[in-house]
Design a protein around this ligand. Structure first.
Ligand SMILES: Nc1ncnc2c1ncn2[C@@H]1O[C@H](COP(=O)(O)OP(=O)(O)OP(=O)(O)O)[C@@H](O)[C@H]1O
Length: 630
C-alpha cells in the first residue's frame, strides 16, 4: 500500500523557505554543502549504530555520498547509504522545525534582506536550502534495518505543502533529487560541482563520489561509450587527524561551517593532539556570532565526540561546561571504548578529564585573543559575554583565568560597551584603595546615573557599571579578584576614609539638628524602611536606598521576583543628603503631614531612580502634584 498523502508545511517552514530563497541567492552553492553535511551525519549515525548491530550495514559497509547528474532530466542527485529515515522521521524532520525558539527567531526578522540573510546564517538552513536552486525536490529514503517495503518518498515544490508516500526502496539511505530551476543549469556541470565539493567538503571523512566525465573518442577511434568510472572528489579523511601544517586556513574554516552549520567564518580555533592520562585530538572553534538559540534550554550543534574517527554523539554539555556552550568542534578520543553508550559517558571519568582539558584550552585560546587580538576578543565578548559570565557559579578550577577574561562597563569609560577588565580596573585604583566597587541596575542608564555613584564620581573613584541580569549572579559568586574584594556601592555603610573621603560632618554637629527629622521620616515611612540615616554617598541627589551588607540588593530582589522566585523580605535603608536644599528645607518644616508627604516622595523617588516599581504610582503622582502646588 503506497499510502500517499499531501501535508502542509508548518508555518515556520514556509516563512523560512521564503526567506531563504530570497536572501541566499548570491550564495547559492551552499545547498550542496548542506546536503553533503546531512549525508555525512547520516553515515556517522549509521556507523555508530552498527557497532551494536552490524546487520544494519546490510552487507554494504562502504559508506559514501554519490553525486549524479542527469542533463536531460535537469536533475542533480545526492545519494548516501547512511542511516536513512522512517516515514515518521521524514515528516518530523523535513516538514517541521522542532527547534525551540524558532518562532521567536522568525519574529525578529525585519524584512530587510541584507539584515535577514545574516540572521538566517545564525539559524542554519540545512535541507531547505535545496529550494534555492530547485523548483522541485524529491527525497527517497529507507531506514537502515527496515524492510524494503518501508521506503518513503517525499516530494515538494517548496510552495507550502509536500506529498509523502510509502514505497519499495531496495537499499538503505537517502537520495535527494533536485529538479533544477530555469537558469541553474550550472549545477549540471561536473567540473563546477567538483570545484564546489573541494571547496566546501574536502575535509569530510566520507568519500564524495561522482562519475568521471566520459572521454570523447579520439579521431578515427570507434565510438564505444563505456560507462565511466566513479572518482572520489574529496580527500575523504578526517581533517582533525591531519597534521596541522597540512591544513590551510580555508580548510579549517570550511570544516567549521560543516560542524557548526554556520555561514560565517569562525573567530578563532585551537587544534591539538593531547597525550597523557587521556589521548585525544581536539579541534575547537569560537564562532564569530551567537547562534539564535544560545539562550534556549537545549541549544543545538555543540561538540561532536568521536572515538578513533567513529562519531559517537553530539553533546556539548558533557564536553565543556554550560557557560562555554557556544564552542563548536570535534573531539576524537583514542582511548574510550567504541561501544561506549550515552549512559557510560555520563559517568565517565575519562570524559571528565577530556572536559577539563578542553575547558583549559578554550580559556587559553580566549586569553590569547584578549592579549594579542583585542578587537577579535571584543567581538567575542559582545556576542558571548553574557553566556560566559554564567561561569561565575560553574567555573571553580580555573577561577582566576575566567575572572580575568570578564569585561565590564565602568565609570572610567561611561559607555555601555563592556570593554574593561578587572586588571584594567585594578591598574587605575586610587592610592590606598583595596576594593573593587560596582553598582548593579536593570539598565545601563540606571547604573550610570545611579545616585549611589555620586561620591565616587566626585572623587574620581572608578565603579563597575553592571546591568546584565547575570551580573548579580557574577558578583554574588565572585567575591574577590587578585585579592581585592568586590563591593557594591549600594550596600552597607561606606567607609571611604582611606581614600581621603571624610565621614559626614553631621556625625558630630549636624546629627543633633538632623535627629528629629530622621526620626520623623522614619516614623512616616514605618515598615517600608529599616532606618533613615545620613548618607555618605550622595553629593547631588537628596536621597537613595541602600541595603545592609548581607542583604539582597534591590536589583537582585526585583530580578528574582520577575522569574517567580520567592524573595526573603529585607527592608532597605533610606539615606538622605544633609546638604541638599530639599533636606535643608525639610529640616525647617514643622507641619507633620508635609514631612510625611516629603518622606514618602523621597522614598518613592529613590526607588524609581534605582529602577524599582512603585506599589501605588497614582498616589505618587498625586502627592507630587500637591507638593508642587503648595
Ligand atoms: N541524508 C539524510 N539522511 C538521514 N537523515 C537526514 C538526511 N538529511 C536530513 N536528515 C534528517 O533531517 C533533519 C533535518 O535536516 P536539516 O538539514 O533541515 O537540519 P539539520 O542538518 O539538523 O540542521 P541545520 O538546519 O542546522 O542544517 C536532520 O537533523 C536529520 O535528522
Amino acid at each position: 500500500m503506497s499510502h500517499k498523502e499531501s501535508l502542509n508545511f508548518q508555518t515556520e517552514v514556509k516563512q523560512l523557505l521564503q526567506l531563504m530563497i530570497h536572501s541566499l541567492y548570491s550564495n547559492k552553492e551552499i545547498f550542496l554543502r548542506e546536503l553533503i553535511s546531512n549525508a555525512s551525519d547520516a553515515c556517522d549515525k549509521l556507523r555508530f549504530e552498527a557497532i551494536q548491530n552490524a546487520t544494519l550495514l546490510e552487507g554494504d559497509p562502504d559508506l559514501a555520498v554519490h553525486l549524479e547528474i542527469d542533463k536531460e532530466a535537469r536533475t542533480l542527485t545526492i545519494r548516501d547509504n547512511g542511516v536513512g529515515m522512517s516515514r515518521e522521521e521524514v515528516i518530523s524532520n523535513i516538514g517541521t522545525i522542532a527547534r525551540s525558539g524558532t518562532k521567536e527567531f522568525l519574529g525578529k526578522l525585519s524584512g530587510d534582506q541584507a539584515k535577514d540573510s545574516a540572521l538566517i546564517g545564525q539559524f542554519g538552513v540545512g535541507f531547505y536550502s535545496s529550494f534555492i536552486v530547485a523548483d522541485k525536490v524529491t527525497l527517497t529514503t529507507r531506514r537502515a534495518g527496515a524492510s524494503e517495503s518501508e521506503g518513503v518518498q517525499w516530494e515538494s515544490s517548496g510552495d507550502g505543502s509536500f506529498s509523502i508516500e510509502t514505497l519499495e526502496v531496495p537499499t538503505r539511505g537517502t537520495t535527494v533529487t533536485l529538479h533544477l530551476k530555469e537558469g541553474e543549469e550550472g549545477f549540471l556541470d561536473a567540473w563546477k560541482l567538483r570545484g564546489i565539493v573541494r571547496r566546501y567538503s574536502d575535509h569530510i571523512q566520507l568519500p564524495i563520489r561522482m562519475k568521471k566525465d566520459p572521454v570523447p573518442p579520439q579521431e578515427g577511434e570507434e565510438k564505444v561509450i563505456n560507462e565511466p568510472e566513479e572518482e572520489t572528489l574529496n580527500q575523504a579523511n578526517a581533517l582533525w587527524a591531519r597534521p596541522k601544517n597540512e591544513i590551510t586556513e580555508e580548510q579549517y574554516q570550511e570544516f567549521y561551517k560543516h560542524v557548526s552549520h554556520d555561514f560565517e567564518a569562525p573567530l578563532a580555533w585551537s587544534h591539538a593532539r593531547v597525550e597523557g592520562k587521556q589521548e585525544y585530538t581536539e579541534l575547537l572553534y569560537i564562532p564569530a556570532r551567537a547562534p539564535f538559540d544560545l539562550w534556549e534550554r537545549e541549544p543545538r550543534h555543540g561538540i561532536k565526540l568521536y572515538v578513533r574517527r567513529v562519531f559517537i554523539m553530539e553533546d556539548a554539555k558533557k564536553l565543556v561546561p554550560q557557560y562555554l556552550r557556544f564552542v563548536r568542534g570535534v573531539i576524537d578520543s583514542a582511548d574510550l571504548p567504541l561501544n561506549v553508550s550515552r549512559e557510560i559517558l555520563q559517568e565517565s571519568k575519562d570524559i571528565d578529564t577530556i572536559r577539563a582539558g578542553c575547558t583549559r584550552k578554550v580559556l587559553g585560546l580566549l586569553e590569547d585573543l584578549a592579549e594579542n587580538q583585542k578587537e577579535k576578543y571584543q567581538k567575542f565578548w559582545n556576542e558571548f559575554g553574557r553566556a560566559f559570565k554564567e561561569g561565575a557559579g560553574e567555573e571553580y578550577a580555573n577561577r582566576e583565568k575566567w575572572a580575568g577574561l570578564l569585561r565590564f562597563s565602568t565609570t572610567h569609560t561611561d559607555k555601555s560597551d563592556q570593554t574593561e577588565s578587572l586588571k584594567d580596573y585594578i591598574g587605575r585604583m586610587k592610592d590606598g584603595q583595596d576594593t573593587i566597587y560596582y553598582v548593579t541596575a536593570e539598565s545601563f542608564a540606571a547604573a550610570k546615573n545611579s545616585p549611589h555613584l555620586e561620591i565616587f564620581r566626585s572623587r574620581g573613584i572608578e565603579v563597575l557599571l553592571l546591568s546584565d541580569r547575570v551580573d548579580e549572579w557574577v558578583v554574588s559568586h565572585l567575591e574577590s579578584f587578585e585579592e581585592k574584594q568586590l563591593h557594591s556601592v549600594a550596600k552597607g555603610d561606606l567607609d571611604l576614609t582611606k581614600l581621603g573621603v571624610e565621614k559626614p560632618k553631621l556625625e558630630t554637629s549636624d546629627s543633633e539638628t538632623l535627629k528629629p527629622l530622621l526620626e520623623a521620616m522614619q516614623g512616616a515611612l514605618g515598615e517600608q524602611v529599616k532606618s533613615v540615616r545620613v548618607s555618605q554617598r550622595l553629593t547631588e541627589s537628596p536621597a537613595c536606598l541602600v541595603v545592609e551588607e548581607g542583604d539582597l540588593s534591590g536589583n537582585m530582589a526585583r530580578f528574582l521576583k520577575s522569574v517567580g522566585q520567592s524573595v526573603p523580605t529585607s527592608k532597605p535603608i533610606l539615606e538622605i543628603n544633609p546638604d541638599h536644599r530639599l533636606i535643608l528645607r525639610l529640616k525647617l518644616e514643622t507641619d507633620q503631614q508635609r514631612i510625611a508627604d516629603w518622606s514618602q516622595l523621597l522614598f518613592d523617588q529613590s526607588l524609581l531612580a534605582e529602577g524599582g516599581q512603585l506599589e501605588d504610582p497614582a498616589q505618587f503622582v498625586k502627592r507630587l502634584n500637591q507638593l508642587i502646588l503648595n
